[in-house]
Design a protein around this ligand. Structure first.
Ligand SMILES: *[C@@H]1O[C@H](CO)[C@@H](O)[C@H](O)[C@H]1NC(C)=O
Ligand SMILES: *[C@@H]1O[C@H](CO)[C@@H](O)[C@H](O)[C@H]1NC(C)=O
Ligand SMILES: *[C@@H]1O[C@H](CO)[C@@H](O)[C@H](O)[C@H]1NC(C)=O
Ligand SMILES: *[C@@H]1O[C@H](CO)[C@@H](O)[C@H](O)[C@H]1NC(C)=O
Ligand SMILES: *[C@@H]1O[C@H](CO)[C@@H](O)[C@H](O)[C@H]1NC(C)=O
Ligand SMILES: *[C@@H]1O[C@H](CO)[C@@H](O)[C@H](O)[C@H]1NC(C)=O
Ligand SMILES: *[C@@H]1O[C@H](CO)[C@@H](O)[C@H](O)[C@H]1NC(C)=O
Ligand SMILES: *[C@@H]1O[C@H](CO)[C@@H](O)[C@H](O)[C@H]1NC(C)=O
Ligand SMILES: *[C@@H]1O[C@H](CO)[C@@H](O)[C@H](O)[C@H]1NC(C)=O
Ligand SMILES: *[C@@H]1O[C@H](CO)[C@@H](O)[C@H](O)[C@H]1NC(C)=O
Ligand SMILES: *[C@@H]1O[C@H](CO)[C@@H](O)[C@H](O)[C@H]1NC(C)=O
Ligand SMILES: *[C@@H]1O[C@H](CO)[C@@H](O)[C@H](O)[C@H]1NC(C)=O
Length: 662
């Protein structure tokens, strides 16, 4: 066995060098640009008199716009963000131009950008960036305050009757400021989809989620100006205690939102393992705690929204996630007194019913949510179970036990209050029959259910679907890829892999390929019929141009593909213990991995003519358990370990090979 194992190490498990994921065909789907300076890849629209516009593609030469109102819309090929530079090669004293930006091609317009400053039904609040006469010949760079953090299309308009000749129209990428090679991921994933019209869908989706979150990692001084500009836009506000920092979206809001991080941070972990922006975001929230009450803000500065009990708790759950991936003891100790104060703040809202009375009503946009609410209490359960774990890691044994006791009693009370036998779902509160997508997904995912309830909830959630995804009962006419990211994980947890994959293909299959969006990063949300009018009636003032097309909270599939389809999960800080439990999900094979400070975790599985093969490697200092998706004669490193039904097997760190004759 020892000999075959060492041979095996040589042949398969060569971990990444220099902290990078192994390279392979999957690299073709990595959306991150190879350079920090990007040139247009195509011309999207030309209007009026424009000469040699094609020379702007890839910076091959100069183009001339003649006549007032002539314009060219340049395509950067995918979502980008940063300051535009260009050269004025030939101008007169009257030549003038303007620039307008948009993520969606629907809003390519010479007179306005898409909206980022403020939502307004005209869709033209942001307007254009005017570069007025007299222009100076030579190199020009967009002023820093006017940064557009997310766009795919740039429209350049001539604003005078005199011609203007330009060249060298580049975008200097502003996100991921601390990383030179943005393509150098620490994780990867690859699997062929036998069902979807594009067999590379799953791999593309994994990378689209990863890139979406990269576009949300920004310099600390590039937040949206608050109070909002009276017209136009400005992205020069300070976002927190340190940078780089993770925000909710590339174009907007460009602020820290802890709920969004509940999805975006696991994406960072499995793809780039770039968690400094997460630490900076969490530190920003703890620094802004209300010293009297222990309440945390809903969002980071300069927005600094208050009064959200759910987002308050997301900062606490986010603290657990960050610690799970890093075991950053120094940081955890530093925030510990504020952390426990913030747990006490929500525990203080638990009344003699045993449930939390949710009074901080701001949330991800859903309606209702107050009082003895199922979503809030499901999140409280997760807050308490993770608080118990964190207290345990810091050796506060008594506190850990108390959090855990309160979690168990909440579990009982939650089920008594919200479970509706007739529907097989949880209701939103005691005075409604509505069964929300969020509370039901969280209850299943966070283990408030019995296995029987889990099956019912998974089946019940499917009833909300249409062709494009899950329509949330708690926010009618809306498909939320944020909440759906939790729903996908919930179906995997319930063992309904086919259902999880079905939802992925509907919802993300729409988002990633629709020509209304950027075909590279992931939309904040859309309406039940697929339009961009997300949240029109709920805060966005009927402005479809305000919707963000690069929102990290929509990247749930990236971590779900790694944690469930590939099957690799870390159980204790830094992955000192782990589990591997592939969900075959109708696929023939999958491979991938990620890194923690302990080293490389990689796995590769395939099912071929009744032989299931799983090769995996984890750091020597770690250990874990394996659960196989098939029954049969199981060989671990060439020795038969069991025959028959699946069992959980403990395995040491290092490289291993499992073969199952099904
Ligand atoms: C999207 O594709 C449809 C069908 O090909 C086409 O009619 C429509 O104009 C396209 N929309 C955009 C914004 O490109
Ligand atoms: C940001 O830019 C705007 C527009 O130029 C300006 O009014 C504002 O004072 C700037 N804010 C900061 C913090 O620099
Ligand atoms: C260019 O056209 C716009 C819109 O029609 C007009 O407002 C502006 O005055 C014109 N500029 C010149 C220099 O003619
Ligand atoms: C073209 O733009 C790039 C990026 O801003 C700049 O570094 C370079 O100097 C410009 N080239 C010329 C010839 O001005
Ligand atoms: C903890 O909260 C106080 C306010 O009570 C704040 O001044 C301090 O910066 C916070 N500490 C950390 C590490 O967040
Ligand atoms: C109870 O839930 C319903 C449906 O979500 C909602 O309309 C109502 O406002 C909720 N009640 C409270 C007190 O929030
Ligand atoms: C929750 O607290 C609010 C404010 O104190 C109160 O008006 C409401 O009745 C409480 N809800 C429940 C279900 O006790
Ligand atoms: C907790 O206690 C254990 C056993 O004494 C020790 O190994 C570990 O370092 C302690 N953890 C922390 C965070 O102090
Ligand atoms: C546990 O719940 C009780 C009753 O709601 C509360 O008084 C206590 O503070 C909670 N304990 C902790 C550690 O949060
Ligand atoms: C879920 O909760 C039950 C008890 O309520 C517990 O036995 C089980 O271990 C939990 N599962 C996980 C994955 O934590
Ligand atoms: C696992 O490794 C063995 C030995 O190199 C190889 O034959 C097998 O194909 C590998 N399995 C997978 C799923 O790659
Ligand atoms: C393995 O066998 C057990 C016990 O017979 C059964 O419950 C389970 O569904 C089987 N699993 C698979 C993947 O066939």
């Amino acid at each position: 066995m020892f000999r075959s194992l060492s041979l095996f190490i040589l042949t398969f498990v060569s971990g990444p060098s220099l902290g990078s994921a192994p390279s392979g065909p999957w690299d073709a789907f990595n959306y991150a640009p190879a350079s920090k300076t990007l040139y247009p890849t195509a011309i999207r629209v030309v209007s009026g008199t424009v000469k040699n516009q094609n020379l702007l593609i890839g910076n091959k030469g100069s183009a001339t716009l003649s006549g007032n109102g002539s314009y060219v819309a340049l395509d950067y090929g995918k979502e980008v963000g940063g300051l535009i530079s260009l050269n004025f090669d030939s101008v007169t004293s009257k030549s003038a131009i303007s620039l307008s930006f948009t993520e969606s091609p629907v809003f390519i317009r010479p007179y306005a950008s898409d909206d980022s400053s403020y939502p307004y039904f005209t869709t033209t609040y942001d307007g254009v960036l005017s570069v007025s006469a007299p222009l100076r010949s030579g190199h020009w760079t967009q002023p820093a305050y006017a940064l557009r953090g997310g766009f795919r299309f740039l429209t350049i308009v001539s604003n005078s009757n005199d011609p203007v000749t330009i060249s060298n129209v580049s975008c200097a990428i502003s996100f991921m400021p601390h990383v030179e090679n943005m393509r150098d991921y620490s994780g990867y994933f690859s699997a062929s989809d036998p069902v979807f019209h594009d067999s590379d869908f799953l791999t593309k989706l994994w990378y689209a989620g990863a890139y979406t979150v990269q576009t949300n990692v920004v310099p600390v001084n590039t937040g949206r100006q608050v109070p909002f500009m009276k017209s136009g836009w400005a992205n020069n506000a300070s976002l927190g205690v340190a940078g780089p920092i993770i925000v909710d979206g590339a174009k907007r809001d460009r602020a820290v939102w802890p709920g969004d991080m509940g999805i975006a941070v696991p994406t960072s972990f499995v793809s780039t393992n770039d968690l400094i922006p997460t630490r900076n975001a969490l530190s920003t929230m703890f620094a802004a705690i209300n010293p009297k009450t222990g309440a945390l803000p809903e969002s980071g500065p300069p927005l600094s929204q208050l009064d959200s009990d759910t987002y308050h708790m997301w900062t606490l759950i986010g603290t657990y996630n960050y610690y799970l991936y890093t075991a950053d003891n120094a940081w955890l100790r530093n925030v510990w007194s504020n952390y426990t104060k913030a747990v006490a703040f929500v525990e203080g809202k638990v009344d003699n019913s045993g449930l939390m009375n949710v009074t901080g009503l701001r949330d991800w946009a859903r309606l209702g949510g107050g009082g003895h609410n199922a979503e809030g209490n499901a999140i409280l359960y997760k807050t308490l179970t993770t608080a118990s774990e964190l207290a345990g890691y810091l050796n506060y044994t008594d506190l850990s036990a108390k959090y855990s006791q309160n979690a168990s009693s909440l579990k009982t009370t939650f089920n008594n209050a919200f479970w509706v036998k007739e529907t097989g779902l949880y209701r939103d509160n005691s005075s409604t029959a509505l069964s929300p997508q969020d509370a039901n997904s969280f209850a299943l995912l966070y283990n408030l259910t019995t296995p029987e309830q889990a099956k019912l909830v998974s089946a019940g959630l499917e009833k909300n679907w249409n062709d494009l995804g899950a329509v949330a009962p708690e926010l009618p006419d809306t498909i939320s890829p944020f909440i759906s990211g939790f729903e996908v994980q919930a179906h995997f947890e319930a063992g309904n892999d086919a259902r999880a994959m079905d939802l992925l293909r509907r919802e993300w299959g729409y988002m990633l390929y629709t020509n209304l969006s950027v075909e590279s990063t992931l939309l904040e949300g859309f309406t039940a019929n697929g339009s961009l009018s997300y949240r029109s009636y709920r805060g966005y003032n009927y402005d479809p141009a305000y919707t963000s097309h690069a929102h990290g909270w929509s990247s749930g599939p990236t971590s779900a593909l790694t944690f469930y389809v590939l099957g690799l999960q870390v159980l204790t800080p830094q992955g000192r213990t782990w589990s591997i439990a592939p969900h075959m999900s109708g696929l023939a094979a999958a491979e991938g991995g990620f890194e923690t400070p302990l080293g490389w975790y990689g796995a590769k599985w395939a099912l071929k003519s009744n032989v299931f093969s799983l090769n995996f490697t984890t750091p020597k200092v770690s250990s874990g358990s394996v659960r196989l998706p098939v029954n049969g004669t199981v060989k671990l490193d060439d020795a038969i370990v069991w025959v028959g039904a699946q069992q959980l097997v403990s395995v040491s760190g290092g490289a291993h090979s499992i073969v199952v004759q099904v």
